[in-house]
Design a protein around this ligand. Structure first.
Ligand SMILES: Cc1cc2nc3c(=O)[nH]c(=O)nc-3n(C[C@H](O)[C@H](O)[C@H](O)COP(=O)(O)OP(=O)(O)OC[C@H]3O[C@@H](n4cnc5c(N)ncnc54)[C@H](O)[C@@H]3O)c2cc1C
Length: 390
């Protein structure tokens, strides 16, 4: 058992300086726990494309005074439009209305800008230890010890595995696992863009057979776009085609879709295979726990992977803030998160199956559902996802 000693500050070791790890570092520090953050990468370079951070994540960040300063970074979502592949409207989702009701915007942002905001909030008191790839984690009397591949070691009262989809900490807890691969690829890019359909704060999702496209305003004249296409899991994992293949996949789609691809330099496009894992019920043992993608990787359909990592971090800090038994605090954190995150993982998986369906009849049923589902029901369903639950 790891117990708090009056007057002594506790120390948490955080493995991974992604969105979840950095948020946890800020949140834990703000409740009086010392943190050391270890990151495998040798530089924290601004990277990645865009993402949406919904009201639940913005509310959670706000509890620790983390302000994304939207005029500097990102864009609040003003409209969320589902369309068919030609851009004809299927349904407008009431995300703006829900965010207004909750008093926290849903936001589109470049990953580098989000990382910048989190690093600013983290400060330079104890810089992230870079080039530190965690290899072996061992509970020891009064805490936990971690060894890195370069021979470094660290000791803390608790250890948070925030080391992403291929988490070493998770592997040590549960052994080898195979990812779940639904069999599609996701192409992504950020590009300077203007088009009559690309309005302030827009999110537009286009649905075709076994294919989708997203066009998202992340502010300062930049579009974040993503496109998906069904293929075998192996082909998605090893995809190394070029922009021509992507342009061909979306030929004949709405003009703004084709235009976004056309103006994007080939080198700005990355590809990611669709992958998640079945929900894991047990995230920790003794002084060790997991957070974010390490605990609950999910498919992207709800746009909540990073959002739930942020929620985890805030609930973790609250759970450790005033306990005398830190290991029990970790178990409380896991218990508080389990039901909500299980639902997110399962819903993302189900929604992804519906969205990527190639068959005509299921697609007609899907489109009819989204066209005609009563607005109060749509509102309630989305409200339960976007309301931060501590
Ligand atoms: C195509 C795509 C689109 C997405 N869109 C959205 C969206 O719109 N909204 C949303 O909320 N989420 C979205 N997500 C999900 C989101 O990106 C992830 O859920 C989120 O980044 C998870 O954060 P994390 O901190 O848990 O993990 P990561 O961001 O993966 O960070 C893990 C960190 O740990 C480090 N690390 C790994 N192994 C070690 C080790 N052994 N030792 C030390 N450090 C290590 C890594 O280098 C990395 O920095 C999307 C994901 C994808 C793939």
């Amino acid at each position: 058992m790891t117990r708090a000693t009056a007057g002594n500050k506790h120390k948490a070791i955080i493995i991974g300086a992604g969105i979840g790890g950095l948020t946890a570092a800020v949140a834990l520090r703000r409740v009086g726990i010392d943190v050391e953050v270890y990151e495998r990468a040798s530089v924290l370079r601004p990277a990645g494309t865009g993402l949406s951070l919904m009201s639940n994540a913005i509310s959670a960040l706000g509890l620790h005074g983390i302000d994304l300063e939207l005029e500097r970074r990102g864009r609040a979502i003003e409209t969320f439009q589902l369309c068919d592949s030609l851009g004809r409207p299927v349904r407008k989702l009431p995300l703006k209305e829900i965010s207004d009701h909750l008093g926290a915007p849903s936001v589109n942002i470049h990953r580098a800008d989000l990382q910048g905001a989190l690093l600013e909030a983290y400060g330079d008191e104890a810089p992230v230890q870079l080039g530190a790839s965690a290899m072996h984690i061992r509970p020891v009397a009064g805490g936990v010890r971690v060894r890195f591949t370069d021979g470094r070691e660290a000791h803390g009262d608790v250890l948070i595995g925030a080391d992403g989809f291929h988490s070493v900490v998770r592997h040590q807890l549960v052994g080898s696992e195979k990812p779940r691969e639904p069999g599609y690829v996701c192409w992504l890019a950020v590009v300077s863009f203007s088009h009559s359909q690309f309005t302030n704060g827009c999110v537009r999702h286009y649905w075709g057979p076994g294919q989708r496209f997203g066009l998202v305003d992340i502010g300062h004249g930049r579009a974040y776009w993503w496109g998906t296409r069904n293929m075998s899991a192996a082909a998605a994992r090893g995809w190394n085609g070029g922009k021509d293949e992507i342009a061909r996949a979306f030929a004949g789609w709405a003009d703004e879709v084709q235009e976004a691809i056309r103006v994007t330099p080939e080198e700005a496009i990355i590809s990611v295979p669709a992958q998640d894992r079945p929900f894991l019920e047990r995230w920790g043992e003794g002084p060790i726990t997991l957070l974010g993608d390490a605990a609950h990787p999910m498919l992207t359909s709800l746009g909540q992977g990073a959002g739930t990592a942020v929620e985890d971090a805030v609930v973790l800090a609250r759970s450790l803030a005033s306990v005398t038994d830190l290991s029990q605090g970790l178990r409380d954190y896991e218990a508080r998160r389990r039901a909500r995150v299980r639902r997110m993982v399962q819903l993302s998986h189900r929604l992804s199956q519906i969205e990527q369906d190639e068959r005509r009849l299921p697609r007609m049923v899907r489109d009819a559902y989204f066209r005609w589902v009563p607005m109060p029901l749509l509102y309630r369903q989305n409200l339960s996802l976007l309301a931060y639950a501590s």
